[in-house]
Design a binder for this molecule. Structure first.
Ligand code: ZN
Length: 369
């Protein structure tokens, strides 16, 4: 069992292999990148490699007791911590134990390695560390125990607290290729048949998690309809508002899946406006868009830029508005009200006038190749 089970991220793997070969491995890392691209899988494989006494050429043997314990999640020298599902942050007790006890993640790292080799500690969901928790971790990050490797896993750099960021070596993970996403969906039996996996993978932005959120004809079809409406300049259409509200409602009984679904729609919309803005600014799709696996999104963004009656600046405002949705949802803004105000603002942006910004007529015809 080697690194074959980790798809993508060859560059990062090479960096670690070189650092280990040169005996220059740092001890605290912050893994950053989109959710659902395999950062945790990579961290666990790295842990298995570092802990395997028979590892050769940066490959764990896969059969020794240490390798088997890592795979079973039972290795005494591997600590793993993530946010408890119904909490919105990593809680203090997870880091330093109950009051008066010597327990928790920080205490576990400080213990001597059971097998006498290394200790590896992985803290997932680093986005959900708050100041108090980060403070509890600082001393450990500043002076990690000898032979210990600490890996924090988060998404965007701006979601990490500066005190954490400055004490870790940042390792950036790129999105997977659509082919890799398709391969994972099929290999893990998450989706079938292959053409469905391909359609999902192409629209996933390189994340298996995104692909799974799109799974089910309903979601993928809603995405297409939704973006078609936007591209046709119908953001304030009553039917569009209603169909989005009912789509969000159908996500589940509780507030959490509904919120997640609205954040997802906002993310698609932001991606759509990001592409449309590039077309509006340059008169044609960027090279990135021409090479994008999601040609449906590209086609709609080009069409949306063609029909846009606002200005370049107002489209940037529309994009910005979409990027704010997640924080508003997380701040518990009522989703029905939020959808109404969001779409109203998108509609205002679509009809904004300002003579000092280039009109669409000045940059058309749009050359799309
Ligand atoms: Zn082994």
């Amino acid at each position: 069992m080697s690194w074959e089970s980790v798809l993508g991220h060859d560059r990062v793997r090479q960096q670690f292999a070189t650092a280990i070969a040169n005996d220059r491995l740092a001890s605290t890392f912050l893994f950053l990148g989109l959710s659902g691209i395999g950062k945790r899988t990579f961290a666990l494989k790295l842990a298995q490699t570092l802990l395997c006494p028979r590892a050769a050429d940066f490959h764990p043997c896969g059969t020794c007791p240490s390798c088997r314990q890592v795979l079973a999640g039972e290795h005494p020298d591997l600590e793993y911590l993530c946010r408890i599902p119904d909490r919105n942050q990593i809680i203090m007790e997870q880091l330093i134990g109950e009051k008066g006890e010597r327990d928790g993640f920080c205490h576990a790292i400080a213990q001597k390695p059971f097998y006498g080799g290394r200790k590896v500690a992985i803290l997932d969901d680093a986005d959900d560390l708050r100041h108090e928790g980060a403070n509890a971790l600082l001393k450990t990050l500043e002076e990690p125990p000898p032979n210990s490797i600490i890996i924090l896993i988060g998404t965007a750099e701006q979601r990490q607290l500066p005190t954490i960021r400055s004490r870790c070596q940042i390792v950036r993970f790129a999105p997977l290729s659509w082919e890799e996403v398709q391969q994972i969906l099929l290999l893990k039996d998450l989706v079938s048949p292959p053409d469905m996996a391909e359609r999902l993978a192409r629209s996933s932005g390189g994340s298996v998690q995104n692909a799974l959120h799109l799974f089910g004809e309903e979601v993928l079809d809603f995405r297409t309809q939704w973006l078609e409406h936007l591209a046709a300049g119908k953001a304030s259409d009553e039917t569009l508002i209603k169909s989005l509200q009912s789509f969000v409602e159908r996500a589940g009984k509780d507030a959490t899946p509904k919120r997640r679904r609205l954040i997802e729609v906002a993310a698609w919309t932001a991606e759509y406006f990001r592409h449309a803005l590039a077309v509006l600014a340059h008169g044609r799709p960027s090279v990135e868009m021409q090479q994008s696996p999601d040609q449906e999104l590209v086609r709609l963004a080009v069409s949306g830029a063609t029909h846009w009656q606002g200005t370049l600046e107002s489209m940037a405002v529309a994009l910005d508005r979409c990027l704010l949705i997640e924080s508003q949802v997380m701040a518990n803004t009522h989703t029905v009200t939020l959808i109404e105000s969001w779409l109203l603002e998108l509609n205002q942006a679509a009809h904004a006038r300002a003579s000092h910004y280039p009109s669409l007529a000045a940059i058309s015809p749009l050359a799309y190749r």
